[in-house]
Design a protein around this ligand. Sequence first.
Ligand code: LRH
Ligand code: MN
Length: 523
Amino acid sequence: MKTGNSTTIATPQPVPIKANLADHERDLAALAERLDRRGQIIERVIESVRRFEVAVPSWAFGSGGTRFGRFPMAGEPRNLIEKMEDAAVVHRLTGGTPRVSLHIPWDEPDDPAALRQLAAEMGLGFDAVNSNTFQDQPGQRLSYKLGSFSHTDAAVRRQAIDHHLHVIEVGKALGAEAITVWLADGSNYPGQMSLRRSFDRVRDCLSEVYAALPAGWRLFTEHKPYEPAFYASVVQDWGSSLLLAQSLGDRAQCLVDLGHHLPNTNIELIVARLLGVGKLGGFHFNDSKYGDDDLTAGSIKPYALFLVFHELVQAERERLPGFKPAYMIDQSHNIKDPLEDMLQTVDQLQLAYAKAHLVDNDVLEVYQNSGDVVMAERILKDAFETDVRPLVAEARLRNGAALDPVAAFRASGYRARKVAERAAKAGHAPHVLNMTATPIPRSLALTLYGELDISVIDTKPLGRQPIITKIVSPNSMLSLIGVTLNGISNLNKTDSFFFFVQPMDKNKTVEKINNAYFMPGFR
Ligand code: LRH
Ligand code: MN
């Protein structure tokens, strides 16, 4: 590439990402030495990261989309089994995603017990199941257009409750132990819905679902400020979610979807509040710049993600009573390969979790109590700005996973294989590809019969007329023969030829009757 002063600058070539053990060991040793100087034991953090687990969402292995469009990707999964295959790859490469969170009916298994068996063979289990009363399913009797649990029509509420009871039954058969309830219920215009009675109806319906929870199960309420409701969402914020969870009972807790907060909301503060009252049930990890963008976790606000994990790791270390958060991912992959996006996400969560384990909470407390604002902040920043990638890679390695999951995924050729395999399964992939320059009967016959003898025609037939190619189904073979014979009987003019092409029988020779050429084996 030429620049003004004619020095040539090489065009940067994409460097294949590869992780090698020697570099890793050197980086790990350097980090261990550095942490040791800070009085921190790297082994303890590595072991914590090895135990860190997050569930992957069944609905995020295909290309997501927005209301403006979806860009399907070749090789994406087209059914639940293929989604499980992809989920197994994420666990294989990150060592930290042993469970899948299913969305019902989007990913409802025909045979939950069989799926549970198959998943177990893949080293997978199931986390919270998700209900769906934000869409009307084909054949559904009553619409959720104006709400589900908040609907003014008791029959609609009944229908929604029955759906949740069904989701619990499916979850039970899969070995799940929780149900996540996100309701799209709300209004677009002031006056459309009673703000208090709609909430009361939701609470009453939820209490019926709560009463049906199997032993040991939890119910997570998920709040969201807007979309699809654009004036008031019934469960709009963490306060509404907490009110519901508190009204239902001990096994009802709040799920925090990071994307369900208005810009600049202090989410770690909400996490601390819910932890403080034992009502933090779980997470839907993702990231966002504006709304519920469902972007890769840690891609936009990595420090905010770290601060959320700082609250969680403190609670973990303090063995806070009832602290058993269900870590789950909820993303929609519109432009990245969904699998690469998921691998990046898990890596980001492992990194944020590791960094939170580097916070010296005792020293932090000293600075907080002494009002040393700068040093208190530095304790967090030191942890956040520590490059823990070698430590996290080591934890994955010890779990039998990849140093660099995205590099390993690319090197595996998994996606290319799935492109071929899944296209073939969908009957899109040709079994035999016949490339022919000229659409002449011979290549047509070759295509039809799949005969792959190579023969070269280098001379054009004399007096070559336009060729009309017709495809006739075997059923009309007889009428074709009729036409043929007619043709033959009229073939007395010297300049016209009739070719009857059929599978070549090597032991027979070509027969010529009048100007009709019969490939052997016809008569
Ligand atoms: C709603 C939500 C909810 C899911 C859905 C796929 O925005 O976060 O958790 O049911 O996404
Ligand atoms: Mn969510």
